[in-house]
Design a protein around this ligand. Structure first.
Ligand code: ATP
Length: 305
């Protein structure tokens, strides 16, 4: 049976001012644990308004939101003029999230390093470049290990390696069972991994993708088999484990046979090839049959997910 959503919007509407026009009206949405959700729409249609409601930093004018997972938000505009250094600000936030002083400092440094901003740890926020400030904006959201991560154009202003790192951090969150909702002007952003897409149109929310099948039913569509050899004893990278529908022995000594949805094969290859100790990809087999819960290819070979 499908689990309850981690956040539900029922009949939600928002307008600014008592008599202002309705920006959103009659919005119903359930956000599932582990879902990666894209929100799209034209300029000024209400995407940021919706994301602020999801993030809990704004309240609806009518309707209600039920449940409230631990939520983190990267807003479209990050208030950069706070009287902190980058690492001081992130350490402060990590302490607010309950980490002890030492652990908070280490977490702050680690996230800055991940986004290539370790060299700016001691720079005052007000002196950071736009890109540096955006890295802090993203780090402040990720260090909370949020159950719901809301990203409003969070990739804008990041350099290419930092954008790829954010893609990876999003995959890690969903692999850990967190939900991520994002808006981005680039239609290719996470296009191969988004589970659901909605468009804000005329104040309402229109679904642009098929609803997911019952839990455990597996994905629909063609699959690709990737045979790869990892470092001895290495676990699969978390994003790969999250999207693989079958994992088994790959024939050659120590090789692993991964069955993955064709739409996610790019992500899987990228993760294998850029793992800390990269995997060797032995071969990729052509798209094959639609998997079902009982007939995923790996089930015949041994373990299956
Ligand atoms: N704080 C506010 N006060 C008054 N009006 C607002 C406020 N925030 C947004 N609006 C109005 O609500 C409408 C939707 O704005 P919103 O920023 O949510 O749209 P958007 O789809 O995110 O736009 P964009 O793609 O340009 O970022 C716009 O007409 C905007 O002017």
């Amino acid at each position: 049976m499908e689990r309850d959503p981690v956040l539900r919007l029922s009949g939600v509407g928002r307008r600014y001012g008592l008599r202002g026009p309705w920006v959103l009206r009659g919005v119903d949405l359930g956000i599932r644990a582990g879902a990666l959700i894209r929100v799209q729409g034209g300029n000024g249609t209400g995407k940021s308004t919706l994301l602020r409601l999801l993030a809990g930093v704004d309240a609806p004018s009518e309707g209600r939101l039920t449940q409230r997972p631990r939520t983190a938000f990267v807003p479209e505009r990050f208030p950069a003029a706070l009287p902190f250094t980058a690492v001081g600000y992130l350490t402060h936030l990590a302490r607010v999230h309950g980490l002890a002083r030492g652990a908070a400092g280490r977490s702050a440094e680690r996230w800055l390093e991940r986004f290539g901003a370790g060299g700016h740890a001691r720079t005052p926020l007000s002196e950071l470049s736009k890109g540096g400030s955006q890295k802090v904006a993203v780090a402040q959201a990720l260090l909370a290990d949020p159950e719901l991560l809301v990203l409003d154009e969070a990739w804008t202003g990041l350099d290419v390696p930092a954008r790829a790192e954010l893609d990876r951090a999003v995959a890690e969150r969903t692999a850990a069972g967190g939900s991520v909702v994002f808006v981005d002007h680039d239609p290719r952003r996470l296009a191969d991994v988004a589970d659901e897409t909605y468009a804000v149109v005329g104040g309402g929310l229109e679904r642009r993708t098929e609803p997911p099948g019952p839990e455990g039913a597996g994905p629909r569509g063609p699959v690709v088999v990737i045979v790869a050899q990892g470092p001895p004893g290495a676990a699969l990278p978390a994003p790969v484990a999250a999207v693989a529908v079958g994992v088994g022995a790959g024939g050659a000594a120590g090789a692993t046979r991964l069955t993955v949805p064709e739409s996610r094969s790019d992500l899987v290859l990228r993760e294998l090839l850029t793992a800390r100790v990269p995997w060797h990809v032995v071969r990729v087999e052509e798209p094959g049959a639609v998997p079902s819960p009982t007939s995923a290819p790996a089930a015949e070979e041994g373990t299956s997910r």
